[in-house]
Design a protein around this ligand. Structure first.
Ligand code: G1P
Length: 277
């Protein structure tokens, strides 16, 4: 079954970026001239998806406006030298359908994903956490790489990368058996473990391909770390009964949820743009 839908949990407050995120969604923070979430949508489109299901919350309306036509602006800019600046986003909008629902209370990533059930239905889907910006210039994006793996094994897949051992407390961390180069069958998964409790240094990043049974599994999963419903715990429950894969993706990932990663991404993409001319 072709994967056409991608879920974007985007209800979080972005407290690490206060005060800028007081009145602006963190997903709208720009990297050069595009907001973070646009990079995620572009990655999903490149992977063959065309339905973007966005989980929003209060104060997130700018996201909906971004993926819509602004007639006033179109009118102002028409026929001027600046018109081309809208070409890329117009093109993206024309390729996709955007659907939205609100997560009313912040009860964790598992809960946010469960809120997407009505938008996704009973089919496999992608999940993008927009503050993880992933690029792989000139080659397949991370979601596309993961879809190829889902095609082969027909199960849920999480993207992972190696992190320094003292950084495990920021991520879901997996353990598993390597069944092919860079592909692990998950045997353990812990949400944000301290280094001495981490099963490895293989950390989950914000890209998932999930099969639809995850919704029932989330419903049966108890709140975990910080009293929140964690997708990591739900996936561990799924892995116990079947198979969940972790995939060491090819490309670069920037943690744009932190100021340091955000600056790094900005510099990296600026350099890339300059080198492309
Ligand atoms: C979430 C997940 C975590 C994952 C991380 C990737 O955490 O809960 O398992 O490693 O995204 O960015 P968050 O960064 O939202 O706290």
């Amino acid at each position: 079954m072709k994967i056409t839908k991608c879920l974007f949990p985007a209800a979080g407050y972005g407290t690490r970026f206060l005060p800028v995120t007081k009145a602006m969604p963190k997903e709208m923070l720009p990297i050069l001239t595009k907001p973070l979430i646009q990079y995620g949508v572009e990655e999903a489109v490149e992977a063959g998806m065309n339905t973007m299901a966005i989980i929003t919350g209060r104060g997130k309306r700018a996201i909906e406006d971004h993926f819509d036509i602004s007639y006033e602006l179109e009118n102002q800019i028409k026929g001027t030298s600046k018109e081309h600046l809208l070409t890329e986003i117009r093109d993206l909008i024309s390729k996709c359908t955007f659907t939205y629902t609100r997560q009313v209370e912040m009860k964790g990533l598992g809960d946010a994903i469960l809120k997407g059930e009505a938008l996704i239905g009973h089919e496999p889907f992608g999940v993008v956490l927009a503050d993880d910006l992933c690029i792989n210039p000139g080659d397949d994006g991370v979601l596309k790489q993961m879809i190829a793996l889902n095609d082969k094994y027909r199960c849920s897949v999480v993207a992972i990368m190696e992190v320094p051992e003292d950084q495990t407390y920021k991520y879901g961390v997996i353990d598993g058996k390597e069944i092919e180069d860079g592909v692990f069958m998950i045997s353990d998964m812990v949400e944000k473990p301290e280094p001495d409790e981490a099963p490895s240094n293989l950390a989950i990043i914000g890209r998932y391909i999930l099969t639809p049974e995850i919704f029932d599994v989330i419903r049966q999963t108890k709140p975990g770390k910080n009293g929140e419903l964690q997708i990591t715990d739900a996936l561990m429950n799924l892995a116990r009964d079947g198979m969940v894969l972790a995939y060491k993706f090819k490309g670069n990932r920037f943690d744009c949820g932190s100021v340091e990663g955000y600056v790094e991404a900005t510099n990296h993409l600026h350099q890339l743009e300059n080198s492309e001319g």
